[in-house]
Design a protein around this ligand. Structure first.
Ligand code: KG4
Ligand code: ZN
Length: 335
């Protein structure tokens, strides 16, 4: 079954063709990062307009790269929630038009389920049940994936997502938006023990996350240095990045480790921040130590893309999740 998938929930416009949820035939991603970098973050109105311009070229490119015509497409899948509402609406409206005019079924896909499904494209042996840790710019969630389309939330962030805190830390260190990848690289060159940031805990919710305290700590640390007129060397910046990343990673591993005390399900690590070498290395060592199998999408499928929506779209279709033309986008929704 060939699915044409569309993703437009934030600042990447993407179209992909995926066969039977597992074989990636093509994936085109048009990033808006350069546009939003001027403002230091995503401007929702600009994102919607940029999606409107990029959707048709992206879909054309994905079909060309897969060497497939619309006749050979069996269904259209689209990210319907969660995300920036205007951005989602551009993709949903476009997918509805495409499905209607070509007479194809329309499959709504939850963005976070999509991030998890990116791992199916890289790991052909991966099958539910497993536990998924999704770490991105908008989400930090610990999920039980009981079946391909049966999810339970075990833990979620109470405030900022890990990637949001990471991008803010990068900003106060003077890096352009989104600074996550650069922070990750700097952290590998720094001393993680140089500054003591603390790992947060949420009373009565051992699997929930909180990153706003860590974000505020690094902002305060930088402001204090600035007020004292201290100009940091590159090495000192690397040390701050390393200390910040180490705390972020410990926040993730402490929850995973606590969950591993109660179960031995395989782990899937996904989302944009799963491209972090620091995160991948530490979670890999934890899983090795606990003898738990770890699955991750390949690096290029960690960030937002339509391939992951095509992969999950296949399993949503099989479970009967097919929308009619009244499909609407939602900014937030349970997984
Ligand atoms: O999944 P994603 O593309 O978008 C959302 O669904 O939110 O995640 C974007 C996040 C940003 O915070 C970005 O800085 C971070 O992923 N990111 C990374 C890396 N690549 C992207 N963080 C650390 N290391 C990376 N290599
Ligand atoms: Zn995402």
């Amino acid at each position: 079954m060939n699915i044409l998938a569309i993703e437009s929930s934030c600042d990447e416009t993407s179209a992909a063709v995926v066969c039977d949820g597992r074989a990636l035939l093509s994936c085109k991603v048009a990033s808006q990062i350069e546009i939003h970098a001027r403002y230091g973050g995503v401007v929702p109105e600009i994102a919607s307009r940029a999606h409107t311009e990029a959707l048709i070229p992206c879909v054309r490119q994905a079909l060309d790269d897969a060497n497939i015509a619309m006749d050979a497409i069996d269904a259209v899948a689209v990210t319907a929630c969660p995300g920036l509402i205007g951005a989602l609406l551009t993709g949903v409206s476009f997918a509805k038009g495409l499905a209607y005019s070509f007479g194809k079924p329309l499959i709504p896909v939850h963005h976070i389920r999509g991030h998890v499904a990116a791992a199916y494209l890289t790991n052909q042996d991966l099958k539910p049940p497993f536990t998924a840790l999704v770490v991105s710019g908008g989400h930090t969630s610990l999920l039980q994936v009981d079946d391909y389309s049966s999810y339970r939330t075990v833990g979620r962030t109470r405030d900022d997502a890990a990637g949001e805190a990471l991008d803010k830390a990068a900003r106060v260190l003077g890096l352009p938006y989104p600074g996550g990848a650069k922070m990750d690289a700097m952290a590998l060159l720094g001393d993680p023990e140089s500054i003591k940031f603390s790992v947060s805990h949420v009373d009565g919710a051992p699997y929930d996350f909180s990153f706003s305290g860590l974000k505020t700590s690094v902002v305060n640390h930088m402001h204090t240095l600035e007020m004292k007129g201290i100009v940091l060397t590159e090495q000192e910046k690397n040390d701050i990045a390393a200390s910040f990343m180490a705390t972020l990673v410990k926040t993730l591993t402490s929850r995973l480790s606590a969950l591993m005390d109660t179960q031995s399900r395989p782990i899937v690590l996904a989302g944009g921040v799963a491209a972090s070498k620091n995160v991948r290395n530490e979670i890999s060592s934890l899983c090795e130590k606990r003898k738990v199998k770890l699955y991750m999408p390949e690096m290029k499928l960690c960030g937002d893309n339509a391939a992951m929506i095509g992969a999950q779209g296949y399993y949503e279709y099989i479970s009967g999740n097919i929308a009619d033309l009244s499909l609407n986008a939602r900014a937030s929704c349970d997984v």
